[in-house]
Structure formats: C-alpha cells, structure tokens
Design a protein around this ligand. Sequence first.
Ligand code: NAD
Length: 454
Amino acid sequence: MYKISVAGTGYVGLVAGVCFAEVGHQVTCVDIDEKKVNLMKSGVSPIYEVDLEGLMQKNYAEGRLDYTTDYKTAYRESDAIFIGVGTPEQPDGSANLSYIATVARQIAENIEKDCLVVVKSTVPVGTNDKVEQFIKDFLVNDVKVEVASNPEFLAQGTAVHDTLHAARIIIGTESKWAEEMLMNIYEPFKLPTVSVNRRSAEMIKYASNDFLALKISYMNDIANLCELVGANIQDVAKGMSYDERIGAKFLNAGIGYGGSCFPKDTKALEYLARQNGYELRTIKAAIDVNKDQKTLLYKKACRRLITFTGLKVAVLGLTFKPGTDDLREAPSLENVPLLLEAGSDICAYDPVGKDNFNSVYPEGKIGQGSIKYVENAEEALKGANICFIFTEWDEIKAVLPEDYKKLMKTPLIYDGRNLYNNEVMKEVGVEYYSIGRPYMRLSNAMAEVAATKN
Ligand code: NAD
C-alpha cells in the first residue's frame, strides 16, 4: 500500500482520495481552502455525492484518510501525489493551467523522496510533459520525480460508484517505473487498465468527453428537425438504441449539456486543434448546437407570450443534472437571467441546488423581475403562469400531469427534459412544449382560455 497525497478536494480529488483510502492506501487530501478542510475533518462533504460522506467518515475514523492545508508535510512524505485541481476555461476557450502550475511548484520545492506525480485533472495534450519539466526545473532536493497521466472519467452524481467500478483506468506513462507504480496503486480496484503514453492518455480523456458531447448535440440537432417534420425524437432514439454500434446511452434530447466538463473540454480541444493549425469541425458544430439549445425553450416561450412582465414563472430544477449540487454551465444559469431581464417573478425549486443558486441570484428583486426559492415543486407551481423544467430530478418527475393543471393559474409548460407524455398532458388540459416531439395542440377553446388567463 502507498502513501498518497491528492491535491484538490473537488469532485475528482476528493472522490479519488476517499476511494484510494477505501482500498487500503494511506491518503492525505490537500486543499488551499481551509474552510473546506475543516468541514471535511468534521465528517461533512463539501460536495453533494451519493455515498461520499459515509466513506469519508469511515476511512477517517479508521485512520487511512486525512485532510490538510499543509501541503509541505503532505508532499514531503508521499510516494505518489495525484493532482486533481481545476483547469477552468479561459475566455479564448483554452484551459487555465495556473492551478496545476502552482501545485507542480509546491511539489518541486517540497518533495524529499522519489515520487510519482499523477495528473488526474483534464489537461491539453502535452501538458504532462511540461509539468514534468517544470517540476524538474524547480526541484530542490536530489530525488527522482516523474509525471504520469491518469485522466478521470467519473460522472457527477455517481462519482463514487464510477470510481470504484470504473469502466477503465487509463494510465499514461513514459517509463516502466511510473507504469508499474500506477498499476500497483490501482491493483486493489481490480479494474480493466489501458496503459499508453502520456499524450495518448491526455487525448483519450478529451476524445471521450467530446464524443459524448457530440452525441448529445447530434441528438438535439435531430430533435429540432423532428419537431419540424412531425417525428418524435424519443421514438427515434428508441429505434436507434437497438443498434449496438450506436449504443443506448446519451440519446436523450434535451436542453443541452452543461456541467464542469463537456462545455470546457469541447472548447479546449477545439482550441488545441486551432493552435495546431487544424479545424475540428465536428466539435465546433457540437459547441454551436449546444449554445442554441440552452435557450431554445425561452425563445419558444417568447414567441408564445406577449410579455413576461408580471408573470409568475415556476422554475423546476437548477443544477446541470440530477444527483449533484453543481451549477456550472447549467441551463438554468442561461435562462434565469433572461427571464429576470424580461420581468418575470420566478419561483424556483431544486432539491439540492437552491443554496448555490441563491448565492448567484439572491432571493428578492433583481432588475425588472424577482426570484424566490421554495421547498417543493408544488409550491413553485402554485398560481404560476408558466413553468420551465431544467433538471430531471426524481422529485420533479414525481409531479403528476394533473398537478400542473390543478396548481398553476395557466398550465403552460416548457419541458427541457421531456419528462411527460404529450398526449397525457393534452388530455389533462396542459399546454405542453418539449424537445423534439410534436406539440399536441389543445382544443382552440382551451388555448384561448390559457391565453386570456395570462
Ligand atoms: P473543483 O473545482 O471541484 O475542485 C478543485 C479544488 O482544487 C478546489 O477545492 C480548490 O480549492 C482546490 N485547489 C486549487 N488550488 C489548489 C492547490 N494549489 N492545492 C490544493 N488544492 C487546490 O474541480 P473538479 O470538478 O474536481 O475538477 C478537477 C479537474 O478534474 C478538472 O481538470 C476537471 O476538468 C477534471 N474532471 C472533472 C470531472 C467532474 O465531473 N467534475 C470529471 C472528470 C475530470
């Protein structure tokens, strides 16, 4: 078993650290955020992930896991240091590598024994080479240090499961020593391992993420065409899913991909291609489609309504997907400002994301509109003129079609997650718009009632 430090306790670093401890390694999770470190020491997870808190408490109690801001001591004693700090998008689309550089410098100045540095963060191809050179340039003690690439593929919402039961471990190394050590670290997980060189490992991460983003944008593109030609994207996806070459996953059309990875990783790869004199047309298309998709429903609603001013707007779902409190690049963050600017009085519900959203859009009057947060979907819907569904939480899926009819002043729904059956919504008298499915027109009389109640 190894002494491991993990730099960064976000979704990737913390989950990796906890899972390394769970399989028996001695782990120290390092973060610069003292508040976070104290929280973790008290047994509380700073992020919402199923099963994470329980494993944190168990491994901390059993002495295999600790948290610290004291990187000097942590790095000095480590056999391997995993880097899981952020690589956020910069205005030009490139990845910001400053957090990685800071950690690399801290490592170089503090390690006192041979050490393998493993980059888990998603970084542009060639970064591991630079990190290794950078560490060697600043190395204070006469020790052996090498850098390996070990990209992470977990999905937020299922991060612990995805780590303990990963489909594959990608190991990118340039020496037998580094390869063997990483293999040994992962040995207790008993998972399929693919060992390649560092640049290929870096590319595997981007190529995988961008392929998934492309798949989503492709389905959204087809969905938009389905609407125009009278086809139903859910039926189309079902028909496609039987083909093993296509696969059954990531075929759901919706309001576009968000999160901390797909948006930035598509842009970073497109940027990398441009830097190398190549135009990555497929990924550019995925980015373009996604950008338009996020506000598609808002634009549709604008065409349907005279004004949003004074309308009570129910927003169901704020996080970029269920199972996480992460808001990064969530469709809600694109639509809520538009709705507020247009004068809406928003009543928002999300099972776990409302505190984070409240710190961006504090409850109260904002510009022409206002926002308040409520404890359940029913409260948000009560007396609403219009409802937008942005996240497919189970709590939101549980709202029955007749509840919209019963609770809303005018049951007008824009569903970015295709949660309901069009015909059922029509039967209960709800005016319902979704993605890539033909709109079932209510009887004229019903539509008129809905319009006049506005
Ligand atoms: P995050 O933003 O949630 O967490 C980063 C953490 O690093 C923060 O807690 C921050 O305080 C800490 N940090 C910054 N500088 C530090 C330093 N010098 N020393 C120690 N800690 C420091 O990031 P994340 O979402 O976990 O993503 C990390 C990387 O992993 C990114 O490159 C991302 O693209 C990649 N990735 C993320 C996911 C995901 O689902 N979130 C999945 C796969 C890969």
